[in-house]
Design a protein. Structure first.
Length: 150
């Protein structure tokens, strides 16, 4: 699904796919870009302790009150929400579950996503889609594979 016309090149060969803005890879890219612009950000200390930038770096910095970390988290939440709004408006699902390792951020990710979905969703006459985190987080694929191999 295209999110940004003419945007980042995706591994699928298209430009601007939602994957390039709302995946953990995208979150790491946004974090790295913010760190380059903000040499005094707490994200540098967090990265030094961990040895690398991860999907949690900006979230950890934001929780410490770091402005650059908050900016990354807010931008990432907007990208996630933009894709959800498109799915909500086209498919009108009852529930959308956010999975992957970043879903462990829980309400710290869900609250801004829900805020942006409510603000930008256009179908105000349909029941609202419930947005939750997947209970299996990043383990769903491996658990599903193990269950089908019996």
């Amino acid at each position: 699904m295209t999110l940004v016309s003419g945007g980042e090149m995706c591994t699928c060969g298209k430009e601007g796919c939602w994957e390039m803005y709302a995946s953990v890879t995208a979150l790491i890219r946004l974090t790295r870009e913010a760190m380059d612009r903000n040499p005094n950000s707490a994200m540098h200390n967090i990265t030094a302790k961990r040895g690398k930038i991860s999907g949690r770096t900006a979230f950890e910095a934001a929780k410490l009150g770091d402005a650059a970390g908050r900016e990354v988290v807010e931008q990432y939440a907007r990208y996630v929400a933009d894709g959800i709004v498109s799915m909500e408006n086209i498919l009108q699902p009852d529930i959308i579950a956010i999975g992957g390792g970043i879903s462990r951020e829980g309400d710290y990710l869900l609250n801004p996503v829900k805020k942006y979905v409510t603000k930008t969703g256009y179908n105000k006459f349909m029941p609202k889609t419930k947005i939750i985190t997947a209970t299996l987080h990043n383990d769903a694929g491996i658990i599903g594979a193990a269950m089908t191999s019996k």
